[in-house]
Design a protein around this ligand. Structure first.
Ligand code: ACO
Ligand code: ZN
Length: 226
């Protein structure tokens, strides 16, 4: 019976073109055979990638009512590194990053937010840095410009030339599209500040975001209270 109901709902949405899959979050046009095919291709692979079965040894660095944060370090077992990499690839492809390798993989710390449904719904990659350039106020995106064009034009000059001392660089931060605005990115960053350097708590100023996206800037501006 449930299946029939689902078909009716889908048929209704067809008239409006775009549909967001309620499990994988992909936005696609149910009218288009191409889109449907792409969705089918993506759907299971995505869900398999973010599925977290649990490990014998997990480095749990924070616990919440709706999930936990685990830390993966370069010297960890292969299965842990593999999961961190796979999730990072998802984030990278969503961010449109071309290169899939980290600047210094041997020093990168990956923080994964696991929700109560055993899915990796957030990922943050942090690296040690010495200095950073402060992100300057960015002009608002004109309505007729795509996000990609805007990024292309503004990425180059969004940073000041005066270097600031920083300790921790966030090279990637990503939250599953269906789980955004629930404070997951905030909790990932709070946890990084507490656990990145053993025995010390980093201030917001000691954290730097590399090459932020428009979403990343909105979040970082709010988080840093600037
Ligand atoms: N638009 C406006 N404000 C925002 C947005 C947004 N898209 N995202 C976050 N904020 C602000 C809000 O004030 C929010 O508080 P509120 O929900 O109470 O209003 C506050 O930041 C905290 O947000 P969180 O819930 O902690 O952030 P979330 O878990 O949704 O994750 C993130 C934010 C990581 C930017 C997510 O939107 C995402 O994954 N986007 C796609 C990938 C991306 O662009 N990542 C940043 C790349 S930059 C880099 O990696 C260095
Ligand atoms: Zn789907």
């Amino acid at each position: 019976k449930q299946h029939e109901d689902q078909l009716i709902i889908d048929a209704g949405q067809k008239q409006f073109g775009a549909t967001t899959c309620s499990s994988c979050g992909m936005l696609y046009s149910a009218d288009s055979p191409d889109d449907n095919f792409q969705h089918t291709q993506f759907h299971q692979r995505f869900l398999d990638t973010i599925k977290f079965v649990g490990w014998k040894k997990e480095r749990v660095v924070a616990e919440f009512w709706d999930g936990k944060i685990i830390l993966v370090l370069p010297e960890d077992p292969k299965y842990a590194i593999k999961k961190a990499e796979d999730v990072r690839h998802i984030a990278d492809s969503e961010l449109g990053f071309q290169q899939v390798s980290l600047s210094s993989p041997s020093a990168a710390k990956t923080y994964l937010f696991i929700n109560s449904d055993k899915m990796v719904v957030g990922c943050l990659v942090a690296e040690s840095i010495r200095q950073a350039f402060r992100v300057l106020e960015q002009p608002v995106k004109p309505k007729d410009m795509t996000k990609e064009d805007f990024m292309e034009h503004h990425r180059a000059w969004c940073c000041s030339t005066e270097p600031k001392k920083a300790i921790c660089g966030v090279s990637r931060i990503w939250v599953f599209s269906l789980m955004r605005r629930k404070g997951i990115a905030t909790r990932l960053l709070d946890t990084v500040r507490n656990s990145f350097m053993y025995g010390s708590h980093l201030t917001k100023e000691e954290i730097a975001f590399s090459d932020p996206t428009p979403d990343g800037k909105l979040f970082a501006t709010k988080y840093c209270g600037t």
